[in-house]
Write a protein that binds this ligand. Structure first.
Ligand code: 5CA
Ligand code: ZN
Length: 409
């Protein structure tokens, strides 16, 4: 699939910082030391509805990861998927009496527009699950040959017990895993499974549902976790730097994906850090397509909200925090954008070098965007109160806010 256009990232004076970030697997901060090309996989949308602010907040977090790396003059190899065939997508298409392919294409196109408007850096490889199927089939065959997969009424399951490291992403106990598995696409109560947690690798064709030729697996479609693993291994290989997504993906999705990859390659770990963003809520509950309590990026844009203000609303919250969206959050972001734009609209101002370092320090410290915003606020307030004589300082601030925070002033 094609991704979306990249906005330019200005180069800044001085030195970038190495990123320290929270890793779910170790439960603490790790300092990443990527080579000259940092490798990141971020789970993409299931395109059956428009991008909401929760999605945008999660993609914002991983956009910051890349901006910190780019500031160290590294290249970034970024891969993202689209889950363009899955139960919820098929169910929505059926409910609305539309073709599931057309629905997925329409919502993916809208997602691209939203990401472009928000100045999110595009992935180098943007890959749909459907286009990945030819690469998924041999992986499932290999897992079966290795004794890590078994058949149940034509469906093929992964045996979690085949990975000695299973459980080391989320560190949940069996009861918690079972609950989350049932909530998030698993089928722990299906009779005949070796372990209730075992996830499906390949689902045999169901009447009325799309299916693909699976070679020795028979006709069917892939399970969710193996899709992301096939795409990640194909484009990044093992031991990539960051596996990213919202905290609702830690289990089962990232746990199972890591196990698939580790059994397939015999290497550990799949990713050096498993990074999870907090959940954005509306009216006291996690924003979710299935509940319908959503604020869409595209609706805000249609209402005339500047995408830079939407971005500032996201940046005002630490990426790991769960937070509640309210109209006040947006009002404050709009006011901040106005103050910042006024402050950079003059040719001179207070010195900007220290501010650039403060933004860098804040982001390198587990993507602490709120602290970065507070630093820019202080500079803008100083500009407003007594101005300054540094010619070009506002331009430096403007470029730093663009390069490091993705906000065009
Ligand atoms: N297609 C799969 C991943 S392979 C999927 O989870 N799609 S999704 O459309 O449901 O979510 C896309 C991303 O947004 C995921 O990383 C998910 O964790 C994140 N996300 C979903 N809802 C929220 C929310 N309310 N707040 C923050 N992030 C969210
Ligand atoms: Zn995924």
């Amino acid at each position: 699939m094609h991704a979306w256009p990249a906005s330019e990232v200005p180069a800044l004076p001085g030195q970038g910082r190495d990123l320290r970030i929270h890793d779910t697997a170790t439960g603490g901060l790790v300092t990443l030391d990527p080579g000259p090309v940092a490798r990141i996989y971020v789970c993409g949308i299931t395109p059956y509805d428009a991008t909401h602010l929760g999605h945008a907040a999660t993609y914002n977090a991983f956009d910051l990861v890349q901006r910190v790396w780019l500031d160290t003059k590294r290249q970034v190899h970024y891969v993202q998927n689209v889950t363009d065939v899955d139960d919820p997508l098929l169910e929505r298409a059926e409910r609305d009496n539309v073709d599931w392919v057309a629905l997925a294409e329409k919502e993916t196109a809208l997602f691209r527009e939203d990401m472009t408007a928000l100045r999110m850096l595009p992935p180098r490889h943007y890959i749909g699950a459907v286009e990945a199927i030819p690469g998924i089939v041999p992986l499932v065959e290999r897992l079966r040959e290795a004794g890590a997969a078994y058949e149940l009424d034509g469906d093929i399951y992964f045996s979690v017990e085949s990975d000695p490291h299973f459980g080391q992403v989320s560190h949940l106990d069996a009861a918690a895993m079972r609950l989350l598995s049932a909530e998030r696409g698993g089928d722990p109560d299906r009779p005949g499974k070796k372990n209730p947690l075992d996830p499906m690798l390949w689902m045999a064709a169901r009447p009325g549902e799309p299916s693909w030729d699976g070679g020795s697996l028979g006709g069917g479609r892939p399970g969710w976790h193996i899709e992301c693993v096939a795409i990640a291994l194909d484009h990044l290989g093992m031991g990539f730097d960051v596996q990213g997504g919202g905290s609702d993906l830690a289990f089962p999705h990232h746990e199972m994906g890591a196990s698939h990859a580790q059994v397939l390659t015999g290497e550990f770990p799949m990713a050096k850090a498993y990074v999870h963003a907090g959940m954005v809520a509306l009216h006291g509950e996690k924003m979710s397509k299935s509940k319908g309590n959503l604020v869409f990026v595209s609706q805000l844009r249609r209402d005339g909200v500047d995408p830079a203000a939407i971005r500032l609303a996201l940046l005002a919250h630490h990426y790991r925090a769960d937070w509640e969206y309210t109209d006040d959050v947006l009002r404050e972001a709009v006011a901040r954008l106005d103050r910042w734009r006024a402050a950079v609209s003059r040719p001179d101002g207070p010195p900007a070098e220290a501010l650039v370092e403060e933004i860098r320090d804040a982001l390198a410290n587990d993507l602490d965007a709120p602290t970065a915003l507070a630093a820019v606020d202080r500079w803008a307030a100083a500009q407003q109160e007594h101005g300054g004589t540094d010619i070009g300082a506002p331009g430096v601030v403007s470029r730093a806010v663009d390069a490091l925070l993705g906000v065009a002033l």
